[in-house]
Design a protein. Structure first.
Length: 422
């Protein structure tokens, strides 16, 4: 590996950038054997594996599952196969895959399955043949954009590719058992995508913003599982936009007014004594321009996150609680102010990336403001250890655990005031 190599362990990477790393074997930036890889809010650009007869994964190579959430892969190359990500299974959500190239496999390759939702593929290149986004044993694609000059998907088993926008001469290519090709999706003559170049459109990673009039705006399947935010962290409203970046749909135009009816003659008014008009002075408020700045994400007021030595010194107590899919029915753990606690939540999907956030309120609702406090991954038994924290103020601390598919689970920690010693 060019930067990180891990064996027999899972690897979680968050809010990181890997650029310009090189290896002669596998994984230009990261190579993990016998372990899952989870990448969140990260950027991989200009990484490469140079071995022309077997180098796989210009950015990342994993031997099990690689999950990318809200991440960007651009300009990565591989001498043999897979310009960006190569693994047994690959799951992509709210991510941008652009400008990656390889000898045979396009941007992403998988021997088993690629699952992509709300992901943007653009300008990826297969050096030895037609450009394509990914090469997979099977695939499941939803609400994603393929803006390629050649093949979008090359797979051995057809998957569910509904509600995805294909903008390439022959979007999906599947070889039959006899080895001949079958093209079963084509969007010749569709409106241009009007997809912007890779740029800073907000958030912590570069993205590709659909421009005005793009057919992907408001085209996501409303019945599908939609993430609450896009790659940048911008809230997705309904109907959502396909691909990694959400653009709110323009409101419907107001109806045209009815033509004016034939005017009725106005009778001549009877002259009356003139009355001097009352002049009411209009006070124009002075508007002081505000300075727009990027908010700094901090833990909620009254909460201290505990890591490393601080966690050990605080003697964190782990308490178990089953998860609930609603705030109202969420189980409640009661501790006193100043206690260090790390809830162990059960009942979540197994082996799934989880984003933990918290809202502090005596009357917390599902739509209250939740502040991110960390990322983790559920175990095979569907358990998650919430990042340890110490609450210094009484109140109800609602913890939300969200999956990449947008499903949320809740648990509450009620903090009571310390009882004074008598």
């Amino acid at each position: 590996a060019g930067a990180v190599q891990v064996a027999d362990n899972d690897l979680n990477v968050s809010s990181s950038t890997f650029t310009g790393n090189t290896t002669g074997s596998n994984g230009g930036a990261i190579f993990v054997t016998t372990g899952d890889v989870t990448l969140t809010n990260s950027t991989f650009t200009g990484n490469q594996c140079t071995y022309a007869r077997g180098g796989d994964g210009g950015a990342v190579r994993g031997t099990q599952l690689v999950t990318a959430i809200s991440s960007t892969f651009s300009g990565n190359t591989a001498g043999y196969t897979t310009g960006a990500i190569g693994a047994e299974n690959v799951t992509l959500t709210n991510s941008t895959i652009t400008g990656n190239s390889s000898g045979t496999g396009g941007a992403v390759s998988s021997r088993v399955n690629v699952t992509a939702s709300f992901t943007t593929f653009s300008g990826n290149n297969n050096i030895s043949g037609s450009p394509k986004s990914f090469d997979a044993g099977s695939y499941t694609v939803s609400n994603s954009i393929f803006n390629e000059t050649g093949l979008a998907i090359y797979g051995y088993t057809p998957g569910a590719a509904t509600f995805s926008f294909f903008n390439s001469p022959s979007a999906i290519y599947r070889p039959t058992s006899a080895g001949s090709g079958v093209i079963f999706a084509d969007t010749a003559g569709v409106a241009p995508l009007n997809l912007g170049a890779l740029a800073n459109n907000g958030g912590t990673t570069l993205t590709m913003l659909p421009g005005a009039g793009s057919p992907v705006i408001g085209a996501a399947d409303p019945a599908s599982s939609t993430p609450t935010v896009d790659q940048r962290g911008v809230t997705r409203t309904s109907p959502s936009t396909m691909g990694a970046v959400h653009v709110a749909s323009a409101p419907a135009p107001a109806p045209a007014p009815d033509p004016d009816p034939t005017p009725t003659p106005t009778p001549t008014p009877t002259p009356s004594a003139s009355v001097a008009p009352v002049v009411v002075p209009v006070v124009v408020p002075v508007v002081t321009p505000s300075v727009v700045s990027t908010p700094i994400v901090l833990p909620p007021v009254g909460v201290v996150l505990l890591t490393g030595a601080a966690r050990v010194n605080a003697q964190v107590v782990e308490v178990e609680a089953p998860a609930s899919t609603t705030v109202a029915s969420a189980p409640q753990v009661i501790v006193s102010a100043g206690s260090a606690v790390a809830p162990v939540v059960s009942g979540l999907p197994a082996r799934t990336p989880i984003v933990a956030s918290m809202s502090v309120s005596s009357q917390t609702k599902a739509k209250s403001t939740f502040v991110p406090i960390g990322t983790t991954r559920s175990t095979a038994a569907g358990q998650v250890k919430v990042p340890a924290f110490k609450a210094t103020r009484p109140g109800v601390y609602t913890i939300r655990l969200a999956t990449p598919a947008g499903k949320a689970f809740y648990v509450k920690v009620k903090v009571t005031a310390k009882k004074s010693a008598k």
